[in-house]
Design a protein around this ligand. Structure first.
Ligand code: ADP
Ligand code: MG
Length: 677
C-alpha cells in the first residue's frame, strides 16, 4: 500500500465503504490522509468515576447490568452501568440496539462521551467505547471529528487512518529544508500524523501551525509567481492626459478627497507603464470609488480605447450607467457610454452590440452578460470590476481573453480587509486603500432592537416615512422562516397587512424574474414605494439617496462587513441615516453586533471581526475564488505574515520550484485559481 493505492487496499475497506468515501471525493490513500478533521473532542483526560463533572469525560471501567428496550416506536434505549474502584455511572445509548450484545464481562473499557442530564438522571450519553489499549482510537485521547457523508461514521474514518499510519509516516516533504529549520516547523509527515493522532494539545497546535504555514506559503508563492509573470508582459500604454483630467475634476460637483487623488495618481502611473495594471482599490462603502474608476476609464477613452465596466448585478450596472453618463456629460462624452445587460429588448441589444463592435460605445457597462455571450469589442484596453469578489475567476479570464491581449485590470471592493491579510489574499494585485471618506458624512445612527420592542421601532421609523423618506427592510431568507431567521415573504406580509397598512410596501428578492426586479427597484428609486422589503440583493452599491432607514431582520445572521455594507445604503443625500438591527431572539446581543453601534469605519470593524472571530471570518467574507484555506483559518495573523514573508524570501533566493516536486504541484493548481490573467 502506498499513497496512490485505492482505498480498497486498506484493511477493512470494501467496495461499499469505498463508495461512501468516494462521495466525499476520496479515492486514494493520499486523499484519505489529506481529509483533515474539521474539529476535535478532547477525551484525553481519563478520570475516576467519582471525579467526573458534566461535559466531555473519559473513564476506564467494566460494564454491568446491560439492558435494551423500545420505549416507543422508533426509539430504542440501551442502558448499562459502568464501574471502577471509585464509583459507578449510568451509560445510555439511543437507537443502537446492537450495543447490548457487544460487551465482554469483567473487561476494562475506555468510555468517552458527554456526561449530562439525560433521562431523569445524570448519565454518559451515547458514549464511544473500546477495549483498553496503548493506542485507543475513539476514546481516551484528543479525538478528531471528520466531515462525513450518509452512512459513514467518524469511527470508520479513524479506523481506516489507523491502518494507513505507516503510509502517513512516508508522506514526502513539501517545504524546503532551510525553511523548516528557519521557521522551526515539523516535517509534513509528522504534522499529518499529529493532525489525525494528536498526542496532546501542544502536539496538535504544532501540527496546525505547520500545515497552516504551508497553506499560506503556497498561496503566497503562487500569487507572487503570477505577479512576476504579469509584470513581464507588455500592453497598451495609456498616457496621462492632463487636460482631460483637469476638465473632469473641474466639473465634479465636489472636491476630490486626498485619498481619491492619491489612488487616481497611482492608477494613472500604472496605465502609462506599458505593463498590464493589476490593481485593487479597497474602499469602504461611500468612499467614492466610482469617481476613481471613471477617471481611469476617461484616460483610456481619450487615448482612443475602450473600457469595460462589470457590476455584480443588473441593478448596479444600470446605476453605474446613469452615474457615468452624468459624470461624463460636461466633457461631451456621455454618448459613448453604453449598457449591455440580460434584460434588454432584442433591438436595443443588437444596436448596442453593433456600437460596441464599431467602437462608438467606449464605456461598456454590463454584468456577466459582458462575458457570457459573444460580445465583440473593438479595442478594449481596461477592465474595471466592481466588487471583484463576486466574480468567479473563470469569468474574469474569459473577459480578458476577449481583448486579444492582456488588458489593464482595476478591481474595486468594499470589503475592507486589514492590509496584512489583503497582501496575502490579493498577493498578485497591487493594493490601494481609499481610507478616508468625503467630508461632511454623518455616521449612521445604529441601534440594536429586541424583537419584543419592534412595534416601538416601527413607530420611530414612521416619523422618517412621514417626512417623505424611504426605508429598506432586509431579511436573510426568501421562503420559510426559521426560529433564527425571518423570511422576506413573512415580513412583507406583516408590514403590509399589519404595521404599515397606510404606506406603500414593495417586495424584492433574488428569485424574482429580472424584469420584475428592475421594475420594483425603479419604483423604489422613483419613490412610488416607501418601504422595500428584500433579501440582500440590495447589499452592494444600489443608490437610493432618499432612503434614510435600513432595518435588518434577524441581524444575528449576518457578518459585520455585510451589515456595514447594508447600512451604507442609507443617508446618502446628506440626511441623517438610521440602521436598526433586529435580533432573532430576546437574548443579549453579541459583542460583534454591539461593535456596529459604536463604530462607523469599515476597516476598524474588520479589525474587530478579526480579533473576535479570527482570520477565518475575513476569508469567509472575501471568498477567494475556489480556495479553501482550512487550516490557516484556525491560525493567527502572525503565522500568515511569516508565511507570506517566507514566500518572498523563496523568490528572492531565486529558488527553483523544479527542485520541489510536491510543492510545485500545489503551487501550480493555486496559480490557476488565483490567476487573474
Ligand atoms: P462607493 O465607494 O461606495 O462606490 P460611490 O462612488 O458610490 O461610493 O460614492 C458615494 C457618494 O459619494 C456618491 O453620491 C458620490 O457622488 C459621492 N462622492 C464621491 N466622492 C466625493 C467627494 N470627494 N466629496 C463628496 N462626495 C463624494
Ligand atoms: Mg460602488
Amino acid at each position: 500500500m502506498n499513497l496512490d493505492s485505492p482505498l480498497t487496499s486498506i484493511k477493512g475497506v470494501g467496495t461499499e465503504l469505498a463508495a461512501k468515501y468516494k462521495t466525499l471525493g476520496l479515492e486514494t490513500v493520499a486523499d484519505l490522509i489529506n481529509h483533515l478533521p474539521s474539529r476535535y473532542e478532547d477525551y484525553s483526560n481519563v478520570l475516576e468515576i467519582k471525579n467526573i463533572k458534566p461535559g466531555s469525560v473519559t473513564i476506564k471501567a467494566v460494564i454491568k447490568q446491560v439492558s435494551g428496550r423500545y420505549v416507543r416506536r422508533g426509539l430504542h434505549i440501551t442502558e448499562a452501568v459502568a464501574s471502577d474502584d471509585s464509583s459507578s455511572v449510568k451509560l445510555v445509548w439511543f437507537n443502537q440496539p446492537y450495543r447490548a450484545g457487544s460487551f465482554k464481562a469483567q473487561t476494562e473499557y475506555f468510555i468517552s462521551g458527554q456526561f449530562e442530564l439525560g433521562n431523569r438522571s445524570f448519565s454518559i450519553m451515547n458514549p464511544s467505547m473500546e477495549l483498553v489499549s496503548d493506542f485507543p482510537i475513539n476514546t481516551a485521547r484528543i479525538v478528531p471529528i471528520y466531515r462525513l457523508t450518509k452512512g459513514l461514521t467518524s469511527f470508520q474514518i479513524r479506523k481506516s487512518l489507523r491502518e494507513v499510519l505507516p503510509v502517513i509516516r512516508q508522506v514526502p516533504e513539501t517545504l524546503p529544508q532551510w525553511l523548516l529549520s528557519e521557521e522551526g516547523l515539523s516535517p509534513r509527515s509528522e504534522a499529518l500524523e499529529s493532525i489525525h493522532f494528536p498526542l496532546n494539545q501542544e502536539d496538535l497546535d504544532k501540527a496546525k501551525q505547520r500545515l497552516g504555514f504551508e497553506e499560506v506559503f503556497s498561496l503566497s508563492l503562487a500569487s507572487l509567481l503570477n505577479k512576476y509573470e504579469n509584470d513581464s508582459e507588455s500592453t497598451i500604454t495609456i498616457p496621462f492626459n492632463e487636460e482631460a483630467a483637469k476638465k473632469f475634476v473641474g466639473e465634479l460637483p465636489f472636491k476630490l478627497t486626498d485619498a481619491q487623488r492619491k489612488v487616481i495618481w497611482k492608477i494613472c502611473l500604472d496605465l502609462a507603464r506599458g505593463i498590464p495594471m493589476n490593481r485593487i482599490v479597497e474602499g469602504d462603502v461611500g468612499s467614492g470609488k466610482t469617481v476613481v474608476a471613471t477617471m481611469a476609464a476617461l484616460m483610456v477613452v481619450v487615448a482612443g480605447y475602450q473600457v469595460a465596466i462589470m457590476a455584480p448585478t443588473e441593478l448596479l450596472a444600470r446605476q453605474h450607467y446613469e452615474t457615468l453618463q452624468s459624470l461624463l456629460k460636461p466633457l461631451g462624452l456621455d454618448k459613448g457610454v453604453g449598457l449591455l445587460v440580460g434584460g434588454q429588448k432584442t433591438l436595443a441589444r443588437s444596436q448596442i452590440l453593433e456600437s460596441i463592435a464599431s467602437g462608438d460605445t467606449k464605456f461598456i457597462i454590463g454584468t456577466h452578460a459582458l462575458i457570457q455571450e459573444k460580445v465583440d469589442m473593438k479595442n478594449l484596453a481596461l477592465v474595471i470590476i466592481d466588487e471583484q469578489h463576486r466574480f468567479g475567476v473563470e469569468q474574469r479570464k474569459t473577459l480578458m481573453a476577449k481583448a486579444g491581449h492582456m488588458p489593464h485590470v482595476l478591481s474595486l471592493t468594499a470589503t475592507p480587509i486589514p492590509r496584512s491579510l489583503a497582501l496575502t489574499l490579493y498577493g498578485e494585485l497591487d493594493l490601494s486603500l481609499l481610507d478616508t471618506k468625503p467630508e461632511g458624512r454623518k455616521p449612521i445612527i445604529t441601534k440594536i432592537v429586541s424583537p419584543n420592542s419592534i412595534a416601538q421601532t416601527y413607530e420611530e421609523v414612521k416619523k422618517q416615512l412621514d417626512m417623505g423618506k424611504q426605508m429598506f427592510v432586509v431579511c436573510p431568507v426568501i421562503n420559510e422562516s426559521t426560529r433564527s431567521a425571518k423570511s422576506v415573504n413573512q415580513v412583507y406580509d406583516e408590514l403590509r397587512q399589519k404595521y404599515f397598512k397606510e404606506y406603500r410596501v414593495g417586495l424584492l428578492h433574488g428569485k424574482m424574474p429580472g424584469a420584475e426586479k428592475n421594475d420594483i427597484m425603479k419604483k423604489f428609486v422613483d419613490h412610488e414605494i416607501d418601504i422595500l422589503v428584500s433579501t440582500t440583493v440590495v447589499e452592494v452599491g444600489v443608490d437610493v439617496p432618499n432612503a434614510t432607514v435600513m432595518l435588518i431582520e434577524s441581524a444575528d445572521n449576518y457578518g459585520l462587513a455585510q451589515i456595514h455594507q447594508l447600512r451604507g445604503r442609507v443617508g446618502r443625500d446628506g440626511s441623517q441615516g438610521y440602521c436598526y438591527l433586529v435580533l432573532s431572539s430576546s437574548a443579549a446581543p453579541t459583542k460583534r453586533l454591539r461593535a456596529l453601534e459604536s463604530n462607523d469605519d469599515g476597516f476598524k470593524l474588520a479589525e474587530i471581526d478579526l480579533a473576535l472571530r479570527g482570520p477565518g471570518a475575513i476569508y469567509g467574507a472575501v471568498q477567494h475564488g475556489s480556495l479553501d484555506l482550512r487550516i490557516a483559518q484556525l491560525s493567527d495573523l502572525g503565522l500568515i505574515n511569516s508565511a507570506r514573508k517566507a514566500a518572498e524570501q523563496f523568490i528572492y533566493n531565486k529558488e527553483s520550484l523544479l527542485k520541489y516536486t510536491e510543492l510545485a504541484k500545489t503551487v501550480n493548481v493555486l496559480r490557476s485559481i488565483t490567476n487573474l490573467n
